[in-house]
Ligand binder design. Structure first.
Ligand code: 4AD
Length: 466
């Protein structure tokens, strides 16, 4: 094959060299009949290409062809790198390509439903443009999602999904380095794992079944199977009927389950070290991506401590009470109270990432271990970024009799989970774990306002396409 150069690497050291590049048409412009300009884009980098009529090399027809290419079409260009005396506006690379040959290898239709440059503007830029009298259509969220393959091309979106990939990568690397084994559990299961009605029901060859609401039951069974420590990265299905900024019907779950030696704080220790190293890694190695997101959606970097703050649920309730917010000490915190507590914690401890633990037992799933010293509370925790939940976790009940009682008390049909409960009859260690929503982590780390921005092809109660 021939040697291709990425647009990113078109620099002055290639002056007078012949190169072969591929990019999308960002803009085209004709100057008379003899000269044309086109800006090509590849992975967020752009370069200006000049097509000038020259005997034997470039015809007028070619100038016309080049300048009438539709936006977003893919073209291959052979040409020579030159360095103009003046700065090039509208392109990231400061060299030009003098075009010799040009092939359109993937034509786009002329009137695209989304203009990428418009879709990439920040709210402030839009306001400014509108004030300057520019004709501009705000690209709304539904349009973006309907034409997601176009929307994904903006620099901010490109960055979001690179960061998402890195979050997943760090999660895996960190856990592997701590002796965890990656597993995959079935997504077709017999009954609900988290309780409640938010399950997608289906017919499994005549048997009632549902899509897994989490790997909860099977990751615990893997612990019974002697792996000691496991993790899973996989799809999670929730038949949410609420239409909010943070709920999807399908999301990516990052799940962890580990043997506990002495105390459920061992599970919180893992959260602590995993996430501090994840945030450090992103801030250090993904500066470009974070900047690209910030240009369209300005945000302050996340405040977090070297050692993650842990508060008990009761301490949280007290902080809220002191601030004039009354909440039920045996109930759950609603979204508003969680957000308020997030602000109070930030003001007092200078962190936007913290763990709240020892939740009331009544608000946790049936498999949660009650506190030994006070069964009204449980060995469980939630983790928050900027006042919103990204993780929930707990020690689990590994005593089959207690597990059966708890499941019944929570209104679960024990028959549907009998093999799960039986797993603990064959000898099981004390254990616990947690589940993280990947899309939520990215959304909240970057202070984005909607989870649909961090899901490549989001699924919500109204959306099953594209
Ligand atoms: O809080 P959840 O439901 O907990 C579990 O699934 C437990 N089995 C976890 C465990 O190991 N104890 O979900 C875990 C995380 C939440 O903290 C949230 O980040 C995310 O999954 N999540 C959702 N993300 C997007 N859309 C939804 N509908 C979500 N529901 C939960």
């Amino acid at each position: 094959g021939r040697k291709w150069t990425a647009i990113e690497f078109l620099k002055e050291d290639l002056k007078d060299k012949e190169v072969l590049i591929r990019g999308r048409v960002q803009t085209t412009r004709a100057v008379g009949k003899n000269i044309g300009f086109l800006v090509l884009r590849e992975r967020g980098f752009t370069v200006q290409c000049v097509v000038t009529v020259a005997p034997e090399l470039v015809s007028r027809q070619m100038v016309k062809f080049a300048t009438s290419l539709s936006r977003e079409s893919y073209v291959d260009v052979e040409g020579v790198v030159s360095v103009p005396g003046v700065a090039i506006k509208g392109a990231s690379q400061q060299v030009e390509i003098q075009v010799r040959k040009l092939y359109c290898v993937g034509k786009a239709i002329p009137n695209l439903p989304i203009n990428i440059e418009d879709a990439a503007r920040s709210e402030a830029e839009i306001e400014k443009a509108l004030q300057a009298g520019e004709q501009l259509v705000r690209v709304n969220q539904d349009t973006r999602l309907n034409f997601r393959v176009l929307d994904i091309r903006t620099p901010a979106n490109q960055a979001i999904f690179r960061i998402q990939c890195q979050v997943e990568n760090i999660f895996r690397q960190f856990l592997l380095s701590e002796g965890f084994v990656g597993i995959h559990t079935p997504k077709l299961i017999a009954g609900s794992s988290e309780g409640g009605s938010a399950v997608f029901k289906l017919d499994y060859k005549g048997q009632p079944a549902c899509l897994a609401q989490s790997p909860q039951l099977h990751k615990q069974m893997a612990i019974c199977g002697d792996f000691g420590r496991v993790f899973e990265i996989g799809p999670v299905f929730r038949a949410e009927d609420s239409f909010t900024h943070r709920h999807l019907c399908e999301f990516t779950g990052l799940d962890v389950e580990t043997e506990i030696k002495e105390h459920y704080s061992e599970v919180m220790d893992i959260v602590d070290r995993l996430f501090v190293s994840m945030f450090d890694n992103l801030n250090e190695n993904f500066k470009k991506e974070l900047e690209a997101i910030g240009r369209q959606y300005p945000f302050e970097p996340l405040k977090y401590l070297r050692k993650t703050l842990r508060l008990t649920f009761q301490e949280g309730v007290q902080m809220l009470k002191d601030a004039g917010v009354e909440v039920d000490p045996y109930g759950d915190l609603n979204t508003e109270a969680e957000r308020k507590l997030g602000q109070l914690v930030r003001d007092k401890y200078d962190t936007e990432f913290y763990i709240l633990h020892r939740y009331p037992l009544a608000v946790r799933p049936f498999y949660t271990m009650p506190c030994y010293d006070d069964p009204a509370y449980s060995n469980s925790f939630d983790v928050f970024i900027r006042g919103e939940e990204i993780i929930s976790g707990a020690q689990r009940v590994h005593i089959p009799e207690l597990l059966t009682t708890r499941a019944e008390a929570c209104g679960i049909d024990v028959k549907t989970i009998s093999t799960y409960i039986d797993s603990f009859r064959y000898g099981a260690p004390p254990h616990g774990g947690f589940g993280v929503g990947l899309e939520r982590v990215v959304m909240l780390f970057c202070a984005l306002n909607n989870i649909r921005k961090t899901s490549l092809f989001p699924r919500d109660p109204l959306r099953l396409a594209p």
